[in-house]
Ligand binder design. Structure first.
Ligand code: DAH
Length: 348
């Protein structure tokens, strides 16, 4: 029978063609060509009408079986093809977990931050709290309450950065030239006993060179209580110098003048490089200058609401870059703020 033969041929040829296909578009085309409404099977079935009625059920059944068989073949081919495609995709995305990784670039603490933390830890062990004050300050706190007279050179615009238009009840606004105003702010806010250090940025309008920067960091110290003396200051600074620069460190005071202390002193530490014998770092003197200090001036205590007849106190102020320069052998203060990665990396 011609129609049966035609069905068989369609089945055979379609299966053969199906076996060669694996891309989704080609498979869909096959489905339209073979099983679609105008496909080979549908075309063949048109011939059913021309058959004698007695043959139709048998041929119809045969055609149906062919259709079901091809549909099943198509379904399994489609599943196979998508499994192969997925496998190929996974193979492409494969990662070799045994390859060495790319090391992440890691930052590090700035040398001044490292020194600041060491100083804070050394003072914390002696019961000192670390506090902060504003970098934009009123001249009232930066100068007036610290007993710095109106004609003092530090007040000149040549030496200090004033904020344009920053005038108020407390005088003029400026970038603080020292951390000493934090002393005053602390005393105004708290009655003794007081034991604080105040590290932070300070600013001076000056030409920069290897030992001067317009922005630098100081640490202030303040201790106020009944019966506090210069001996306590010396003891405290000795403990801290030894924590930072080694157990052989000694502290000495030289007479110095700062309006907010009386008596005032310059603080020296034995040179940690030569142990006091004299070398290039200490300019052959055996001593290194650390900063200023003294007994808080009675006027300053009174200005801050503390009775100088009952309490006494000491204070000091040092440059933190200087500590870092001594510790790490850095010869130019400007390196700290150049942001040269080659310099900073050395502290990682
Ligand atoms: N503020 C001073 C300066 O910047 C340093 C200083 C000297 C601080 C004596 C003090 C002090 O607390 O008692 O030069």
């Amino acid at each position: 029978m011609e129609l049966i033969e035609r069905l068989e041929r369609i089945e055979r040829e379609s299966r053969a063609r199906l076996a060669t296909l694996d891309d989704p578009a080609a498979l869909e085309q096959w489905r339209l060509d073979v099983l679609g409404r105008k496909g080979h099977l549908a075309e063949a079935m048109k011939g059913l009408a021309t058959l004698p009625a007695s043959d139709r059920p048998m041929v119809g059944e045969r055609a149906n079986a062919a259709k079901l068989g091809l549909e099943a073949a198509f379904g399994s081919r489609l599943r196979e093809a998508s499994a192969t495609a997925r496998a190929r995709e996974l193979e492409g995305e494969r990662i070799d977990v045994t390859l060495p990784g790319r090391a992440p670039t890691k930052g590090s603490l700035h040398p001044v931050t490292m020194i600041r933390r060491e100083v804070e830890q050394a003072f914390a062990r002696l019961g000192f709290t670390s506090v902060e004050g504003p970098e934009v300050e009123w001249d009232h706190y930066n100068f007036t309450l610290l007993n710095i007279p109106p004609d003092h050179p530090a007040r000149d615009t040549q030496d200090s950065f004033y904020i344009q238009g920053g005038t108020g009840e407390l005088g003029e606004m400026l970038l603080r030239t020292q951390t000493s105003p934090v002393q005053v702010r602390t005393m105004l806010a708290h009655q003794p006993p007081i034991r604080i250090i105040a590290p932070g940025r300070t600013y001076r309008n000056e030409a920069t060179d290897a030992s001067h920067e317009a922005m630098f960091t100081q640490v202030e110290g303040l201790c106020v209580d009944k019966g506090v003396t210069l001996a306590d200051l010396r003891g405290t600074l000795t403990v801290v110098a030894r924590a930072l620069f080694g157990p052989q460190s000694e502290i000495r005071f030289r007479c110095g003048y700062f309006p907010f202390v009386e008596p005032g002193a310059e603080i020296d530490m034995t040179c940690h490089m030569c142990n006091g014998d004299g070398c290039r770092v200490c300019k052959r003197t055996g001593w290194i200058e650390l900063g200023g200090a003294g007994m808080v001036h009675p006027k300053v205590l009174a200005n801050a609401g503390i009775d100088p007849d009952v309490y006494s106190g000491w204070a000091f102020g040092c440059g933190l870059e200087r500590f870092a320069m001594l510790r790490y052998g850095i010869e130019d203060i400007r390196l700290f703020y150049d942001n040269d990665i080659r310099f900073l990396r050395q502290f990682a």
